[in-house]
Every structure is written in C-alpha cells, then in structure tokens.
Write a protein that binds this ligand. Structure first.
Ligand code: PLP
Length: 360
C-alpha cells in the first residue's frame, strides 16, 4: 500500500489511524454482529456511538450545556440558509463580513431572507486580508453578525475574534474547527461541514446557543428548524450515521494527540514551515498579508505560471497530490488540516526546493 500526501481542500485526508480503526470495525462493530452502517440509529449500539462523539466534541472544544450540538446533513451550504431562517427572530437585517468566496456564498443565501448589511469587505484588496474591526460598520439592530474565520479558497484567516456588543456572533468554521482552542462562549452559533477537519462528507456540525433557537421563520420545512433537531437529539430523521461514527473516531484521535492545544502547536509549526519556504524564495509567492495567513489552506503561485502544469505533474510523481489551486485563484493550494502529517509538509517543502533548483 502506498498512501499519498493528499493536500485536497475537501474532502480532505483523514488520520491514517482513524481509517485503520474504521477498517478493523467495518464488518462487525464491537461484537454487534453488524457494521455501523447497518445499525438502527435508535438502537443501543449507535446511541452509544452518537453520545460518545458528542461528549468528546464538547470536551475538546469546551462546549457548555448552554449550547446544543447538532449532527446534520446538507453540508455547510445548508447552514447559509438555516442561519437566517432560525436566527432572524423577528428582525429583518443581519451583518455579514465579506472576506472571500465562502463569505459571498453565505451573503447571497442570506439575501433571500433578510436585508444583508455587508459591514466590512476586503474585496478592494482582492481578499488578501481581514479589514480591521475599527473600520467595520456594524448595525446594532442586526439579528446576528456572520463571518468566515478561515476562507478556504483564499487562505485568509481572522487574527482576532470580532466584538459584537451582545449581537450573536455566527462563524462558518468549516475549514478551521478543531485546529486550535477557541472560546465557544463568544459565539451564538458555530457551524462546519465535516469533510475538512472532522470526518467524511455528508455531515455538518452545528453548535448553537440554546436561547437562540425556537423562533424559526414561518412556513419553513421542519428539517430547517434547529429546535426540532435539538428536541430530537439530531434524530428527527435518519442522521448520517457512518459520518457521525467516523467523526467520533476523529475526536478520539485528537484527544489522544493531546487535544486542540496540541493540534494548534503542530498546525502553527506546519504552516510556518511552508510559509517560510515560500517567503525565502522569489520562485514562490503567497499574496495574503502575513498576520492573516491561514494555518489550514496555503495558496501559492509560481513566478512563472507556465511551470504550473509541470509542478503538479512532478509533485504527483513523488506522492504529493491535489495541490492545484482553486479554479478561481489559479496556482497551487496546499490544504494542511489536522490530519496532514508533518512529514507531508517536510516532503512538500523539500520537493519545492528541488523543483526550484531544477527550473529556476
Ligand atoms: C467547504 C466549505 C463550505 C461548503 O461546505 P459544503 O459542506 O460543501 O456545503 C462552506 N464554507 C467553508 C468555509 C468551506 O470551507
């Protein structure tokens, strides 16, 4: 077997130890006589899997009992709609911070339900940073403030948590959740598609303050109501059981590694190695202002874009895969979530130096 270093932005690589455990439990889960995929979601076996996953996530992130943790389907993209549907609560406007492609999608969807006040945007700088909060134009009547702490495509990360003066703060943490400690109590709602830092595609995790739910817009589908999911422990309908199970294995793996604090140290070191390599050379470049550079997604360009194709082909040959940048940005992008081993970064950095020597 030869597993590659997979730099895909999502679905992304999973910890090998998790895959091996899932393999060992695939056909028969812990003497249950069947695989996790075949179990009733309401049976004792799956209930224990579900409860343990939630308890571990709560412990890892320090989530208090003031918050519900929901395991839903529909990806992060469904949350773009579910957030206004549930959190407007009689108000007609919400604040959004626009730092790139995913912010824009969230904004476009929210516009179906309310007046969106784009309180700050980095569009004039081609989304290479985060506007300082002193320049934001927040509306004190907003139902909530939405932002994207890590823009997966642009590789832009907030170096601060916004202050919203009591207005609920909503964060799309799809590509940064569990990469470091955060203070959950500063948030009204946190959501993430699983396929970057949690598990396989098909699961979305929503962490929402309980006092914010239950006042959904009229005439919405039941599946769009957080309160219904909360009341039913995310089992109003059949939940994505296998994804939930795998997420649980990833949470256990993070705990074993030392929790999110340990992850942060590793992630910071991994990212620094890669940015240092990019900055030390005129052959490679990253456009993001240094204090807003993402630990998770590192876009970079070659000084001569005619070499892009050769770079990708030669990288592939040494087991470095999915480095092609997003079609909207071009160049390269290395997504280096929790599950990317440090050895993957070392191999990439070594390859980049060799490639430069050969082609500069
Ligand atoms: C990937 C991603 C999404 C979209 O997730 P889906 O699960 O495909 O809907 C949304 N926001 C961010 C920040 C992402 O990285």
């Amino acid at each position: 077997m030869s597993r590659v270093f997979n730099f895909s932005a999502g679905p992304a690589c999973l910890p090998q130890a998790v895959l091996e455990r899932a393999r060992d439990e695939m056909v028969e889960w812990q003497a249950a006589g069947m695989s996790v995929m075949e179990m009733s979601h309401r049976g004792k076996a799956f209930m224990s899997i579900a409860e343990k996953a939630e308890a571990d996530l709560r412990q890892l992130m320090g989530i208090s009992s003031d918050y519900s943790v929901l395991f839903l389907q529909g990806g992060a993209s469904s949350q773009f709609a579910m957030i206004p549907v549930n959190l407007l609560r009689g108000k007609s406007t919400a604040d959004y911070i626009n730092t790139g492609a995913w912010s824009k999608k969230a904004i476009a969807e929210a516009k179906r339900y309310c007046d969106v006040n784009v309180a700050a945007t980095d569009e004039a700088n081609n989304f290479t940073g985060v506007p300082p909060q002193s320049e934001w134009n927040l509306n004190k009547h907003a139902a909530y403030v939405h932002y994207t702490p890590n823009e997966t495509i642009g590789g832009v990360e907030f170096p601060f948590v916004p202050e919203t003066d009591g207005v609920p703060l909503v964060a799309d943490m799809s590509s940064t959740i569990l990469s470091r400690p955060i203070d959950v109590s500063k948030y009204g709602l946190i959501y993430a598609g699983a396929q970057k830092n949690i598990g396989p595609a098909g699961l979305a995790v929503v962490i929402v303050r309980k006092d914010l739910i239950g006042e959904v817009l009229e005439d919405q589908p039941s599946m769009f109501d957080y309160a219904i999911h909360d009341k039913n422990d995310s089992m109003y309908n059949t939940p994505p059981t296998y994804g939930w199970y795998l997420a649980g294995l990833v949470f256990e793996w993070i705990k074993l590694k030392g929790g999110v604090k340990a992850m942060a140290e590793i992630n910071e070191r991994k990212a620094k190695k890669l940015y240092d390599a990019i900055d030390a050379s005129d052959f490679y470049a990253n456009p993001v202002v240094p204090e807003c550079r993402s630990w998770m997604n590192v876009p970079f360009t070659l000084a001569n874009p005619d070499l892009d194709k050769t770079f990708l082909e030669e990288a592939e040959k040494v087991g470095l895969t999915a480095l092609k940048g997003h079609r909207s940005v071009g160049g390269m992008r290395a997504s280096i979530y929790n599950a990317m081993p440090e050895e993957g970064i070392d191999t990439l950095v070594g390859f980049m130096a060799d490639f430069e020597k050969k082609h500069a």
